[in-house]
Design a protein around this ligand. Sequence first.
Ligand code: HMG
Ligand code: MG
Length: 303
Amino acid sequence: MPRNVKIVEVGPRDGLQNEKTLVSTDVKAALINRLSDAGFVNIEAASFVSPKWVPQMADGADVMARITRRPGTQYSVLTPNMKGFEAAVAAGAEEVVIFGAASEAFSQRNINCAIAESIARFEPVAAAAKEAGLRLRGSISCSLGCPYQGEVPVHSVADVVRRMRELGCDEIDIADTIGVGTPVKVQEVMRAAAAEFPIERLSGHFHDTYGQALPNILASLEVGVGIFHASVAGLGGCPYAKGATGNVATEDVLYMLHGMGLYTGIDLDDVVRAGDLISQAIGRSNNSRVGKALLTKWASGPN
Ligand code: HMG
Ligand code: MG
C-alpha cells in the first residue's frame, strides 16, 4: 500500500460545475485559495468547455486570473479540444485534462462524439500540451458503469487507458461517474488498467452516489493506487449523469487516510473550514460527514 497519497481536489471544478445557481468568480477564487493554503499539490480549478454546455464554468479564465498561486500547487483545467487548450495556456494552467469515457453512450452525451472520435480530437491537444511542457491527464468516465448503457466491460476501460497512454498522458483517472462501483470490481478494473499503464500514475475518481467511495478507495490502495480525487464538502455531480451526486468528500478521505497513518501533506482542519465556507456561500448542506462532525465538535467548545 502506498505510504504517501496524492489527493487531487476537484471541488472547484467537478463540485461546482453542477450548481444550478451561478457561483461568483470571487467565491470560486476564494475557495481555491483556501484549498491551496490547506496544502493540496493539485487542484482542479476550472473547465474550458462550451459555456452553453456547462454555464457554471464559463468564467474559468477569470477564476484562473484571480487566484493566488501557491508554489507547490498545480492548477489543472479541463480541455476537451484545442479551443479549450488555448484558453488553458492563456490562463497559465500547469496541467490540462482531456476527458473521455469507457462507454459510447456517455461519450456522446458528455462530449458529443464517439470514443474513437474523442481520441482523435484529443490528439492535437495532447501534442500541444507536450510541446508546451504541460502535464497531461486523461480522465475516463463510466469506468465502473454508465447511466445510459449500464454495465461497462472491463476491457473497454483498459482499451481507453491504452489509448490515453498512447496520447502521452502523465496520469490517468479511473472515474466512477455515477458511483456504482463496489470494491472487488474496482480492484478488477484497477488491475486491468494497471496492465496498460503504471499503477503509480493511475488515480481513482469516485463519486459517492451509492456510498461506496471510501471502501473503493481502500480497495484501490490495496492494489497499489496512490492518487485519489475528492471534492471539499462532497460538492458536485455531473450535468450529463442524472442523479449522480458529488465526489467523495475530501474531509472524509483525509480522515480515513490520516487515521491509517498515510501521508497527504494536507491540513484536515483547513479543509473542513473551506468546506464550511463554500457550503454557506452557496447555501447548500455540507455533504462531508467528517466536516459536519468536526464543525459540531468545535462549536461545542474545547473537550
Ligand atoms: P460540440 O458542440 O460538438 O463542439 O461540443 P463544436 O466544436 O461544434 O462547438 C460548438 C460550440 O461550442 C461553438 O460555439 C464553439 O465555439 C463552442 P458556437 O459557435 O455554437 O457559439 N466551444 C467552446 N467554447 C468554449 N470552450 C471550448 C469550446 N469548444 C467548443 N473549449 C464540446 C463539444 C466538448 C465542446 C462540448 O460537448 C462540451 O463543452 N461539453 C462539456 C462537457 C463537460 O464539461 N462535461 C462535464 C465535465 S466532465 C466530468 O464531469 C466527468 C469527470 O468528472 C470524470 C467523471 O466523474 O466521470 C471528469
Ligand atoms: Mg467527476
